[in-house]
Design a protein around this ligand. Sequence first.
Ligand code: PHE
Length: 460
Amino acid sequence: MQEARTGFSSKIGFIAAAAGSAVGLGNIWKFPFEVGESGGAAFVIIYLIFCFTLCFPLMVAEIAIGRKTQRNPVGAFTVLGHGKWSFIGKMGLFSCILILSFYNVVAGWCFGYLVEILLGNFSIGEQFPLFVKDIIKVGGYSVIFMATTAYIVSKGISKGVEKAAKLLMPILFFIIILLAAYAMTLPGAAEAVEFYLLPDFSKITGKVVYNALGHAFFSLSLGMGAMITYGSYVSKEDNIISSAVAITLLDVGIAFLAGLMLFPIVISQGLDTHGGAGLVFMSLPRVFGDMGTVLGTVVGTLFFLLLSFAALTSTVSILEIPVSYLVDERAMKRPKAVWLVAGGIFLLGIPSLLSNGYSSFFTQFVTYFGASGPTDFMTLISDVASNSFLPLGGFLIALFVAFIWRKEKLFKEISNGEKGHPNRFISKFLGFSITYLCPWILGAVFILNVLDKFFGVTIY
Ligand code: PHE
């Protein structure tokens, strides 16, 4: 017997949860550095164009598929495409299991840093290579992170996912505004903003363009059914378009604020802005230490609290996907499904945990064609899942909506909401994007990414 499906109790609850899914490590940890390294505002402009022309229509489509079928991604494609198309949902399940397995490891680091900074250990940055090798410690932090995620998901949608998002998202928003405002008062702020936002079009290459799209995709949690799953809990009365606009704006806005917060801190301390993603874990703690014990502890703790909260609302959304599958399709009780999947994914993440220096086997796991050195297991999983499977998933979802389900049915579902009738311009735009832009551009991005990452063939 299937359990009765209860959903989000309000539109705002859905937006908080879906924005919580979108806003994650991708926004705060990765986005600012991609901007810094890829032409500042020029990259931001390209990123924004992708978010609104390709990602937004696909988000509307994912939410509508979920709401129409009231099912997890596998069930949803089975219902709409008569079974044959359920492989898209299964691929999504596969991607989300892989993504959560390594995402939880990085989330565990964030949580570990929160504890270390709270205890005043500002030299944790220099100890990073040792920290990630301390398997008992980082393993413990990722267990705690996964268990917290599982606890929230086990409480169900309105009492777990929605409640957590409604609590965590405003706090997250408050912290990031506070830290960005503080960053603006630092001596190098003007220079930092200039570096961050001055467009440098000479840095825009083909690779930067498809990286921007890949990142927009990951950041908006698209391509693997996260939005289908959350969409399946949305009330028939809600307006999907305005919800999707709000989610996209929140995601983009927070990524933007993350840059405004990080660059002044980095530049005021004379750090190299090209430090990349490692900068957050390696250099920032010292920066906090240099602010003095009290201020440093406050700002540092807030920063890692922000990262941990952002990661948590994302891990919750990823775990919900396989859980909803087991509950809907396999008639499993939610708590059992939650702990089973969370435990399984944690075990799958162990090689990623070991691949940052602890085990040389996993640290130097493969060498891609044409690459100069070996790649670790965690990067491999991230390259396969986030850089390849998500664009492929997006490509297939767009194809499915355009040619199997058909855009008229999509519009019908969107119009279900009382105030949700899409106006002519919006429906024209959505139809055009889903039929002509998404499939071909996403298909191309998938191929270009695979060639670039795994075969060393970079096409500009
Ligand atoms: N969007 C999240 C981030 O930016 C990651 C994520 C990807 C979450 C896919 C759910 C699904 O970090």
